[in-house]
Design a protein around this ligand. Structure first.
Ligand code: SF4
Ligand code: SF4
Length: 256
């Protein structure tokens, strides 16, 4: 695969004469750019297959580098270093070291799937981002991302009881990510979220009638009840255990 990434060029490989006239034509500056060849030896030719073995990475080989994923990406809009097209390119070339330079931001993919919807080759870039993240975690390049911890808690409850309890997922997620629940509730986004959900703005405005009429009562009670008694899906039986074995078997097949 030819290299066409500016990021992979060392400055000393790019030659340019500030002043140059050839046959009477002024070709100063970038008009006379020459790029010295670079021979890569530090690539892993099996890396594409490694990423394909992770859930979501299966179609990475289909990418034709159109860039639509990056153009539509929610994260790219706020940080131009977040570049799914480029990371897919590095996976295909087997340039792990280059990819690892961005190891601290790849996990920030918010799974909005705009990239997946727009991709003309069904690469499913969102899945590739997850596959890269899981590979980095397995290899110990990064610690488990918050999204992985969330997925694990979600899956644990599904397998154990055949259902999830939102409040339990969130509580355990906060514990796993060592977030201070009290601070989040009193000064962070959680407090704002709960206040809006419970229409506390009405109460602040002194509109007690509106507040009582709109305040959800049954839902928080049901959540608290489920948090204590942890109901299971009826007839769940050994289904969770069988699913768990299936997942482990698939992981063994995928990663040898
Ligand atoms: S949109 Fe699809 S084909 Fe285009 S660069 Fe992104 S992953 Fe590749
Ligand atoms: S799913 Fe991730 S990579 Fe795709 S557009 Fe959203 S933030 Fe970007």
């Amino acid at each position: 695969m030819p290299i066409h990434e500016k990021a992979l060029l060392a400055p000393e490989q790019v030659l340019q004469a500030d002043k140059l006239v050839v046959d009477g034509v002024d070709v100063s500056g970038h008009w006379n750019t020459m790029i010295l060849p670079r021979t890569l030896t530090d690539y892993d030719e099996d890396f594409e297959k490694t990423i394909q073995a992770y859930g979501g990475g299966e179609n990475v080989h289909r990418c034709w580098q159109c860039g639509s994923c990056t153009n539509s990406c929610t994260m790219y809009a706020i940080n131009i270093d977040f570049n799914p097209r480029y990371w897919i390119y590095l996976v295909r070339l087997g340039l792990k070291d280059e990819l690892l330079k961005d190891k601290d931001i790849i996990w920030q993919c918010v799974s909005c799937n705009k990239c997946t919807n727009i991709c003309p080759k069904d690469v499913r870039p969102e899945g590739v981002m997850k596959a890269i993240q899981h590979w980095m975690e397995d290899q110990g390049y990064v610690s488990k991302a918050p999204s992985t911890l969330f997925d694990e808690e979600f899956t644990r409850q599904c397998l154990e009881r055949g259902r999830i309890e939102d409040s339990e997922v969130l509580l355990n997620f906060f514990k796993q990510t060592r977030q201070n629940l009290w601070q989040l509730a009193t000064r962070g986004w959680l407090g704002i979220f709960v206040a809006r959900m419970n229409k506390w703005t009405e109460l602040k405005k002194g509109r007690i009638g509106h507040y009582l009429a709109r305040m959800p009562i049954l839902m928080p009670l049901a959540m608290a009840w489920h948090l204590v008694f942890k109901p299971r899906t009826r007839s769940w039986g050994r289904t969770g255990e069988i699913l768990r074995r299936y997942v482990e078997e698939q992981k063994r097949i995928a990663h040898g």
